[in-house]
Ligand binder design. Structure first.
Ligand SMILES: O=C(O)C(=O)C[C@H](O)[C@H](O)COP(=O)(O)O
Length: 220
C-alpha cells in the first residue's frame, strides 16, 4: 500500500494522521507485526509509549523494519528520554505533560513534539513559549469536547491531539472540532489481541479507526 505520509520529517504531529494509535508493548518482538497491522489498516503514525522496558527496542524495530510507518515515542517525561528516543529512531515525541527542561529538550530534538496540557493556563503558557500544538490529556476526564470547544473561542491558535479515554464512538466528535488535528487512543489495540498476536483483528480495528475522520467531517 502507499503511505500518505511525507518521507521527510513532518512539521507537525497533528497532520501525520487523524488517529494515532497509542501502543504499550511488553515484548519488543511484537512491535514489527503490530506496526505492519496498523499500517495495513491505514494508521501509519504510531506512538510507542515509554511505559515498558521494551519500548526503545520496539521503536528501533519499527523504525528499521516498517518503512511505511512513522514511529514516535509517547510518555516522554524526561530530557534524557528525548535523546534515547530519537537515537532509537523516533520521528515525533509526545508527553502527557511538560516542564521547562522537557520543552527545551524536545525543541532541541529536531523532530516534531507534543507537550501535554489539561488546563487553560498551561495552553497560555505554552503559546507564550511559541508552542501551538499540544496534546490534551487526559481528554475525557479533563473536560472532553466541551472543554476543547470552549478553548477555541479565546485561543484559536492552539491546536490539539486529545488523548485519554477516547473510543470509536467519541473520536468523530473530537475530530469535528476546529482546534483538533488528530486524536490518540489505544482502543484499536486490545491487550488480549496483542497478547494473542491477533494482528488480523488489530488491522480490522485500525481500518475502522482510520475511517473515523470522515465521520467527524460529516458532523462539522
Ligand atoms: O502514556 C502516555 O503518555 C499518556 O499520556 C497516556 C495515553 O496517551 C493514554 O493512556 C492513551 O489513552 P487511552 O486511549 O485511554 O488508553
Amino acid at each position: 500500500m502507499t503511505s500518505p505520509l511525507p518521507s521527510s520529517p513532518a512539521a507537525s504531529v497533528l497532520d501525520l494522521a487523524p488517529v494515532v494509535p497509542v501502543v504499550v508493548l511488553t515484548d519488543a518482538t511484537d512491535a514489527v507485526p503490530l506496526a505492519r497491522a496498523l499500517v495495513a489498516g491505514g494508521l501509519p503514525a504510531i506512538e510507542v509509549t515509554l511505559r515498558t522496558p521494551a519500548a526503545l527496542d520496539a521503536i528501533r524495530a519499527i523504525a528499521g523494519e516498517v518503512p511505511q510507518a512513522v514511529v514516535g515515542a509517547g510518555t516522554v517525561i524526561t530530557p534524557e528520554q528525548v535523546d534515547a528516543c530519537t537515537a532509537a529512531g523516533a520521528r515525533f515525541l509526545v508527553s502527557p505533560g511538560w516542564t521547562e527542561a522537557l520543552l527545551a529538550a524536545m525543541r532541541g530534538s529536531g523532530v516534531p513534539f507534543l507537550p501535554g496540557v489539561s488546563t487553560t493556563s498551561e495552553v497560555v503558557a505554552l503559546l507564550e513559549r511559541g508552542v501551538r500544538e499540544l496534546k490534551f490529556f487526559p481528554a475525557q476526564a479533563a473536560g472532553g469536547t466541551a472543554y476543547l470547544r470552549s478553548l477555541a473561542g479565546p485561543l484559536p491558535q492552539a491546536r490539539f491531539c486529545p488523548t485519554g479515554g477516547i473510543g470509536p464512538q467519541t473520536a468523530p466528535d473530537y475530530l469535528a472540532l476546529p482546534n483538533v488535528g488528530c486524536v490518540g487512543g489505544s482502543w484499536m489495540l486490545p491487550a488480549e489481541a496483542v497478547a494473542a498476536g491477533d494482528w488480523g483483528r488489530i488491522e480490522r480495528l485500525a481500518r475502522a479507526a482510520a475511517g473515523l475522520r470522515d465521520a467527524g467531517e460529516r458532523c462539522r
